[in-house]
Design a protein around this ligand. Structure first.
Ligand SMILES: CCCCC/C=C\C/C=C\CCCCCCCC(=O)SCCNC(=O)CCNC(=O)[C@H](O)C(C)(C)COP(=O)(O)OP(=O)(O)OC[C@H]1O[C@@H](n2cnc3c(N)ncnc32)[C@H](O)[C@@H]1OP(=O)(O)O
Ligand SMILES: CCCCCCCCCCCCCCCCCC(=O)OC[C@@H](O)COP(=O)(O)O
Length: 378
């Protein structure tokens, strides 16, 4: 193990990274709150400012993936579609099998210059996660309770609000499986597939079709295409956020197909059947990947950009300098009680960060999808 790799595995480094993320994130959240009056005066300007502010937070995690862990992200796609990525609005459909799949999504958004304005249909629980969840509130992220009776109106309303979004180039991410893949959820989901007379899937859960239908209906005329995206990792890697913090390098492969939105049927039942067929095709791509280690089509990888790193270094300077002064003052004062209080605060913060990282862990995944009726989401 080299010196750099040794340093990357040290808890002190992780603590410093988490401190930078948390404090800079809270500063950004505070500035976001200050933009509230602006929403009344100029909604579009407030949105544009919040896109840039969100970039300050999200790109730190992207920098950790790209520059700290050095994870390689390879894109398989049609070279004819490639020039359109980042230049049009699109609904992205992604498999939900990995703890850092959202981060790989963010990385591609960053490389196509749409990280700050990217959107997602996220479970409501994530809105309460400090920094990220609070930032999403100002980005007009669409939240759902995964209870259709309640979501059918709120999701449609939130999607309608996005129709006049000022930044043209955003991606709306939809995990149609609705929850992360686990063998148990797969077993239940395939029972539902069987009861509906649908072919079984090997690598995916049965997609939930209502969210997809409502998204397509509400974004017609705004989004130009569906980006059907299938993600996997080389050599059966099981990537985690803690692995990224430890500087572990992963190898992500993403296959993206651009499908014009007009080709999705308008009728609800046909739209649902279209989505089921899409997931059967996605299953085929994963099978091919398992057999050959490749997705179909050529590789057209966009290079990483320096901006995420520059942003990270900027915020590190902003928040570490006062911390350094504070620690020096504290140690020179020799006040045992104050030092003890500082240790308690540090421990509390690191526990809080561990809880946040826990939100990404599949073994802490919800029970959603375990019962066929899926009534219990907790
Ligand atoms: C490549 C570039 C990438 C770019 C990335 C871009 C942007 C990045 C931006 C941000 C990244 C941040 C990442 C954050 C991640 C957060 C993600 C999440 O939170 S995922 C969870 C929330 N999202 C979803 O759930 C979306 C999918 N779900 C739906 O669409 C649902 O329909 C719903 C709208 C949420 C409503 O759910 P509900 O359960 O109430 O209703 P359903 O109608 O879906 O369910 C009943 C229906 O399903 C059948 N059923 C029952 N049990 C199961 C089961 N186990 N499996 C499958 N199906 C089941 C049941 O029979 C009913 O069927 P029917 O419809 O026929 O009646
Ligand atoms: C600079 C880097 C420092 C990094 C410090 C660590 C920061 C910690 C940040 C926490 C980020 C929280 C974002 C959560 C996104 C989780 C996305 C996700 O995958 O959600 C799961 C849901 O889709 C489905 O839920 P389940 O039903 O499976 O349950």
């Amino acid at each position: 193990m080299g010196l750099l790799q040794f340093l990357k595995s040290q808890f002190l480094c992780h603590l410093i990274m988490c401190y930078v993320f948390l404090v800079s994130g809270l500063i950004v959240n505070l500035i976001q709150i200050c933009t509230l009056p602006l929403w009344l005066v100029s909604k579009q300007l407030a949105r544009k400012i919040n896109i840039r502010l969100a970039y300050c937070i999200a790109s730190q995690m992207v920098a950790a993936l790209e520059w700290w862990s050095g994870t390689e992200c390879t894109l398989y796609t049609d070279p004819k579609s490639y020039p359109l990525y980042g230049k049009e609005n699109a609904v992205v459909i992604l498999n939900h099998s990995f703890e850092i799949d959202f981060l790989c999504g963010w990385t591609f958004c960053e490389r196509f210059g749409v990280l700050g304005s990217s959107k997602v249909l996220a479970k409501k629980e994530l809105a309460y996660v400090p920094v990220i969840g609070w930032m999403w509130y100002f980005l007009e992220i669409v939240f759902c309770k995964r209870k259709w009776e309640e979501d059918r109106t709120t999701v449609a309303q939130s999607l309608q609000k996005l129709r006049d979004y000022p930044e043209n180039y955003w991606k709306f991410l939809l995990y149609c499986e609705g929850t992360r893949f686990t063998p148990k959820k797969h077993q239940f989901s395939m029972q539902v597939a069987e009861s509906k007379g649908l072919p079984k899937l090997k690598y995916h859960l049965l997609p939930r079709t209502k969210g997809f239908y409502v998204t397509v209906q509400n974004l017609r005329g705004t989004a130009a295409a569906i980006y059907d995206s299938t993600l996997n990792f080389r050599n059966n890697e099981v990537p985690t956020l803690l692995g990224i913090l430890n500087g572990k390098k992963y190898h992500a492969d993403l296959y993206v197909r651009r499908i014009p939105l007009e080709s999705v049927p308008e009728d609800e039942a046909e739209c649902a059947a279209w989505l089921h067929k899409l997931y059967q095709e996605k299953d085929g791509f994963q099978e091919q990947y398992a057999q050959t280690g490749r997705f179909p089509g050529p590789i057209v990888s966009p290079p990483r950009r320096p901006w995420s790193l520059i942003n990270w270094l900027f915020w590190s300077c902003v928040v570490l300098y006062p911390l350094g002064l504070l620690i020096a003052q504290l140690l020179s004062s020799g006040a045992v009680l104050t030092i003890a209080a500082a240790v308690v605060v540090c421990s509390a913060v690191s526990m809080g960060m561990r809880w946040m990282i826990g939100q990404t862990e599949i073994d802490k995944s919800s029970n959603y999808g375990i019962k066929a009726t899926a009534l219990n989401n907790n």
